[in-house]
Design a protein around this ligand. Structure first.
Ligand code: SF4
Ligand code: SF4
Length: 199
């Protein structure tokens, strides 16, 4: 059985109907938090010990620690001999729900493996960062623990990652190691692209 409860309409006074009381109340609360945080920021900047820490990070100079299981931008791994671990089995390309991995396989002539990736491209603008490619890989050749979580760029082409770009972070093993290398340095994807072009 459905019961209907009648809700009494709240009658506002003429003063309340101007909405000024609530407007000023909202402004007061916002200003209070602004000045409290501003005071803490100034205190910290001049070396005072502030009781409550700031709730914001001064990005990009100050970066929030990321959890080890965070899925960031992909990287491809290398074998100890420097060859890509990927054997171009296409499992990741098949598993990808967004169909944003494009692999071209070539025949490996050294006899140890059958195929290797002649081209391995990921269109990050289509990727939903689900991690299924990582799960599907039988060789642990693709990972999403590169530590790159702030992905920005000025053109679509910057988000189309090729094999060499994906392989260049293979030596990094954990987020913390990656973050350690960044200590005190602000490195953006645009910087890295510029560096890669010069090498
Ligand atoms: S994270 Fe998901 S969407 Fe992105 S490339 Fe991997 S499988 Fe595809
Ligand atoms: S990255 Fe892994 S799953 Fe994808 S093609 Fe290479 S070996 Fe296969």
């Amino acid at each position: 059985m459905i019961t209907v409860r009648q809700v009494r309409e709240v009658k506002l006074s003429a003063w309340q109907n101007t909405y000024y009381p609530e407007l000023w109340r909202g402004m007061f609360i916002t200003s209070k938090h602004f000045f409290q945080n501003f005071g803490r920021f100034i205190g910290r900047a001049v070396g005072l010990k502030v009781k409550r820490p700031l709730v914001t990070f001064q990005y990009p100079e100050e970066r929030r620690p990321i959890a080890p299981r965070w899925r960031g931008r992909h990287r491809l791994m290398l074998r100890p001999d420097g060859a890509p671990r990927c054997v171009a089995c296409m499992m990741c390309e098949t598993a990808c729900p967004d169909k944003c991995i494009y692999i071209t396989a070539g025949e490996a002539l050294d006899g140890r493996i059958e195929k290797y990736p002649v081209a391995f491209e990921i269109d990050l603008l289509r990727c939903c960062f689900c991690g299924l490619c990582v799960e599907a890989c039988p060789e642990d050749a693709i990972r999403m623990d590169s530590g790159y979580i702030d992905l920005g760029g000025y053109s679509r082409a910057e988000f189309y990652l090729d094999r060499d770009y994906l392989l260049k972070d293979s030596a990094l093993t954990t987020h913390s190691q990656f973050r350690g290398e960044l200590d005190g340095v602000v490195v953006t994807r645009v910087d890295l692209l510029a560096q890669a072009k010069h090498h």
